[in-house]
Write a protein that binds this ligand. Structure first.
Ligand code: SF4
Ligand code: SF4
Length: 423
């Protein structure tokens, strides 16, 4: 294993939040920050340590993760941030150790008595800056957890450390900017309702030009059977745009009664990368809109963090969903849940011969599938997308088994360390 002892990861830091966004999110110690001005409230240390104690009591699994690592090293080379940087602090157990050492100092007898000898260290401003650097070089993908014999979830440790930093006024621009936009406009991109409706009109014009058919994308329709929630990028981004074209054609073809919404115009949930409170607030917008529109089912498009949020937290954060139904309005299949992934919905349509498909039209392509880490590892959505691909092409090829299905890599977006900072 290669290790770069110059610790190159320390040079990659996210930009800090802007006051305009942290005000909207009602975060403590809201202010404009630059990396040079890592200013903290006078009692930041007490706040951090007391919150750490609070989390330790509230989330027993989290304390367990802090206590039980045996440093076996099975996770060491499994993180894409370590593979990319060769920085030893980007090894999952070393990343977790950054916070563990502080936890030991204040919350374990051995750490209190023996300090460094017991692997404990004081919380200082330098330590906090180290947290900021390395806990935002984890995209909470849980690839490391898959290989850990104890099932230690480093992503949970990262999530909690981010919440602790937020408690003392330290958070990243990218994540807070996106969440603030959801609260102000309904979506990550900050598209106001009029602009959102305009993008739908543009898509309808393009669909007419391409197919000659009047394909509508219904919006804010009360009494539709299905509320469709997708990441807002599908209404705007060049690559994602084609996904919108695809589902609009398919839903028109099967005659599905559905609607998108301006209020809940975002599936993506950046709360997953920030705090439980924001996960909940974003999920609640979707539940509220489903109730307001009186739909029977919610279909969710392809988005990793959206599905991590729905699958793991939707019922507890925004449920119960007993006002919805679990059966497909087209085939009558009972999905066992009213929150259905668009791949599951599509696979079911294929099984019931609702789509006319000619595989040979894709004969010129050799097709592979790169799993999305959250649906694959957090919800076990592994065979469904493969089954769909095998129905639409003759040349499907499986990728390296060490890098796909549950062992797939994350795209890296979830850390919030994006192109802006590293260019
Ligand atoms: S959760 Fe993913 S990004 Fe974070 S340490 Fe583990 S492998 Fe790396
Ligand atoms: S695999 Fe699990 S127990 Fe082993 S070093 Fe990593 S986190 Fe610790």
């Amino acid at each position: 294993m290669n290790i770069d002892e110059s610790f190159p990861g320390k040079d990659y830091k996210c930009w800090l939040s802007k006051k305009k966004d942290t005000d909207v999110m009602e975060l403590p110690f809201s202010k404009d920050n630059t990396l040079e001005e890592f200013e903290l409230p006078p009692d930041w240390k007490e706040i951090f340590i007391s919150k750490l104690g609070e989390f330790r009591k509230k989330y027993r699994s989290w304390q367990l993760y802090l206590d039980i690592c045996v440093r076996c090293g099975a996770c060491a080379d499994k993180c894409h941030y370590f593979i990319g940087t060769q920085d030893p602090k980007n090894m999952p157990m070393a990343r977790a150790e950054l916070l563990r050492s502080v936890y030991r100092k204040y919350y374990t007898i051995s750490g209190k008595l023996f300090g460094e000898l017991a692997g404990a260290r004081e919380l200082t401003k330098e330590v906090l800056e180290e947290f900021y650097t390395y806990y935002y070089q984890c995209s909470q993908c849980r690839r490391c957890s898959y290989f850990c014999p104890y099932g230690i979830d480093t992503a949970e440790i990262t999530a909690m450390c981010r919440e602790l930093m937020t408690a003392v006024g330290i958070s990243t621009k990218y994540i807070t900017e996106v969440i603030a936009k959801v609260y102000m406009t309904g979506n990550n991109l900050g598209l106001m309702p009029k602009a959102f409706l305009k993008t739908l009109e543009m898509a309808e014009e393009e669909l007419k030009e391409e197919t000659g058919v009047d394909i509508k994308i219904p919006c804010n329709v009360k009494g539709a059977d299905v509320l469709l929630i997708v990441p807002s990028a599908e209404f705007f981004g060049p690559e994602h745009w084609n996904t919108q074209m695809g589902w609009a054609k398919m839903f028109h073809h099967i005659g599905l009664s559905y609607t998108v919404s301006t209020y809940a115009s975002e599936g993506g949930n950046f709360g997953i990368f920030f705090s439980h409170n924001d996960v909940k607030k974003i999920l609640q917008r979707i539940a509220e809109e489903a109730k307001r529109l009186g739909v029977k089912m919610i279909i969710g498009g392809e988005c990793g963090h959206m599905w991590r949020g729905w699958h793991q937290y939707m019922n507890t954060a925004a449920g119960p969903f007993d006002f919805l139904e679990t059966t497909s309005p087209i085939t009558g299949t009972d999905f066992g849940t009213p929150l259905v992934h668009i791949c599951e919905f599509t696979e079911d349509l294929m099984k019931h011969n609702k789509l006319k498909l000619d595989k040979s039209r894709n004969d010129k392509y050799k097709v592979v599938f790169a799993d999305s880490c959250n649906p694959a590892r957090a919800m076990g959505l592994i065979e469904t997308p493969r089954n769909i691909l095998k129905q639409v092409c003759n040349n499907y090829v499986e990728m390296d088994p060490e890098k796909s299905k549950e062992k797939c890599y994350c795209c890296g977006s979830g850390g919030g360390l994006l192109t802006g900072e590293i260019m």
